[in-house]
Design a protein around this ligand. Structure first.
Ligand code: ADP
Ligand code: MG
Length: 555
């Protein structure tokens, strides 16, 4: 049997359970439960997750998932449990799962893998990419409190390693802040004059004083409010000296006795001869990660995961379904009316069935206007010359109408007021077969596929979650204004996205929606293009929630 400890492991691979056993011997990892799910004929991952959540011996939940049967049910359970216990998940089959839900922008960008990984993170789960990291992160969380905050202190007897690990921590979004003068003054007396107390703390090669230098600087750093975690680098000589190990163990034990919850992770670069010290550190509950890269990775992953509060209120069917439509793509007229109903700002529009109507609509809307071919099956209108921008006179509108009618055979056109230039965003939503309603937000316009810069969340969610989506975008700098463009109102955009998420959650008849672009300009936000597909049979909003059956503990 593996050693006893606080990690409950769920695996979809029996062999992985064996590998975990071997690893538990190597790295003294302790398990409370190990469950291999077999073919999930009766109990599935959510049942087991719920049992782990209730299990008093389980402090950390580690799961290797190949498939998630009922995504929405797993999400809801995980979101609730993650508030109390860390959950670490390795989701395999990520490439294979790139199945596309439908042939539209939204579905093409939102592959199943992207939705799954977004949903796991949204639930507050720490998502890892491989099995060894799954165990390492789970073990670190079982041994030490989670990382709360981002400021890391380093103590090293190798200046070079101090530099390396600083880079690696920063590349994972953590910080190695310079310590304040008073804190440096408190640490400096134990260091040689040529050492550094700035952070990384460089204790130099003065090995005779290693125990005192590591010990007292560790204590000072744990007690300071300038850093959120401490990483002693034990490299070669410092790893070999049992007195250093003794001091590190003693200082961490004292700190816990004082009630501090600051994690300490050792970065271990020791030889075989130092193995005894490594095992003593592990036995004392101090993670020892091999080399700086591993240390930075596991420490970053041990950080408190996001995760929004579960919503108690059941989603009501708030959006009224379109009348007289039985499945398929909606006309622009209907689609615009519906998203305006959802509370999204829409550019003023008119449908025109003739040249004269087009000119009259342009005059009502106010120039400049945009004329767009309105024809079923025309997906990318601009690709086929079906979008005519910048029309400033009745003559120009008439010409554009004739052109579109002749070339594309579209006698019905959509007339819109032209929005002022700005950054083009995309907002989308669709109903995933297992996770239910999903919302996408990102950088849009006609480059949306090329950029592929979108964030996904399960709907509904609040403004905070929407802001997190915006922060996730690679092109987020565009939102804060660049090259002379004003910064956009991120809070207003977030509230718009959250509103859309509430709306789609309450519109079970909606299969997919793609608003591209939503133009962000000096006037605010405005949707200028939308596509919407509805299902033939209205969905039952509540149908997915199964009654809880997770009381039994699988053995
Ligand atoms: P499609 O995506 O089908 O090619 P769009 O309606 O999105 O057609 O139009 C293509 C591009 O034209 C948009 O990305 C946007 O840059 C511009 N555009 C379309 N409508 C407007 C409008 N009302 N105001 C300003 N620009 C517009
Ligand atoms: Mg478009």
């Amino acid at each position: 049997m593996p050693a006893r400890g606080g990690i409950a492991l769920y695996t979809q691979s029996g062999a992985y359970g064996m590998a975990a056993f071997t690893q538990s011997q190597e790295d003294l990892i302790g398990f409370s439960r190990v469950v291999a799910c077999g073919n999930k004929a009766d109990l599935d991952e959510t049942d087991v997750l719920q049992a782990f959540g209730e299990d008093p011996e389980t402090r950390v939940i580690a799961m290797l998932l190949e498939s998630i049967g009922d995504g929405r049910r797993f999400f809801e359970a995980a979101r609730e449990i993650a508030q109390r216990k860390p959950i670490v998940v390795l989701k395999t089959g990520r490439g294979e799962a790139g199945r596309r839900a439908a042939a539209s922008h939204t579905a093409a960008l939102a592959s199943d893998t992207a939705i799954t990984l977004s949903a796991l993170r949204q639930a507050g789960i720490r998502v890892v990419d491989d099995g060894l990291t799954l165990l390492d992160v789970a073990a670190a969380l079982d041994r030490q409190p989670p990382l709360v905050g981002r400021r890391i202190a380093i103590i090293s007897n190798s200046g070079g390693t101090g530099v390396e690990i600083s880079d690696l921590l920063e590349s994972r979004g953590l910080q190695v802040p310079k310590l304040s003068e008073p804190l440096q003054a408190a640490i400096r007396p134990v260091l040689p004059t040529y050492g550094s107390a700035a952070n990384p703390i460089d204790v130099t090669t003065e090995w005779r004083r290693f125990p005192e230098m590591y010990g007292s600087s560790l204590a000072a750093l744990i007690d300071s409010d300038e850093v959120d975690a401490v990483v002693p680098v034990l490299l070669q000589r410092s790893a070999l000296m049992s007195e250093v190990t003794d001091r590190v163990i003693a200082e961490v034990a004292d700190a816990r006795a004082r009630g501090t919850q600051k994690p300490v992770h050792v970065c271990w670069v020791g030889s075989e001869a130092a193995e005894d010290n490594r095992r003593r550190l592990l036995a004392a509950g101090i993670p020892c990660h091999l080399w700086p890269a591993r240390t930075a990775q596991v420490l970053a992953l041990s950080a408190v995961a996001g995760g929004s509060e579960p919503r108690v209120a059941a989603v009501r069917c708030i959006a009224r379904p379109p009348i007289g439509v039985d499945g398929g793509w909606l006309s622009s007229d209907l689609a615009f009316a519906l998203i305006a109903d959802a509370g999204l700002p829409v550019t003023p529009w008119r449908i025109a069935g003739s040249r004269a109507e087009a000119i009259a609509a342009a005059e009502t809307l106010g120039m400049p206007v945009v004329l767009k071919a309105e024809r079923e099956g025309l997906i990318h209108k601009s690709d086929s010359g079906g979008v005519r921008l910048g029309l400033v006179s009745a003559v120009a509108v008439g010409e554009a109408y004739d052109d579109v009618a002749n070339r594309l055979g579209a006698t019905t056109v959509l007339m819109q007021r032209q929005a002022r230039p700005g950054v083009e965003l995309v907002l989308g939503a669709h109903r995933d077969a297992t996770f239910g309603p999903v919302v996408m937000a990102g950088l849009g316009g006609i480059w949306v596929e090329a950029l592929g810069d979108v964030a996904l969340r399960l709907a509904p969610f609040d403004e905070g979650e929407a802001l997190a989506m915006l922060d996730e975008l690679k092109g987020r700098a565009l939102l804060s204004g660049s090259r002379g463009r004003p910064a956009m109102d991120r809070a207003a955009l977030a509230s718009l996205i959250a509103r859309l998420s509430e709306w789609i959650a309450g519109a079970p008849w909606l299969e997919e929606l793609d608003a591209n672009p939503v133009i962000a300009n000096a006037d605010g936000f405005v949707v200028v293009d939308v596509r919407m597909r509805v299902s033939a049979q209205p969905h039952d909003v509540q149908a997915r929630s199964r009654s809880g059956t997770g009381g039994e503990t699988p053995s």
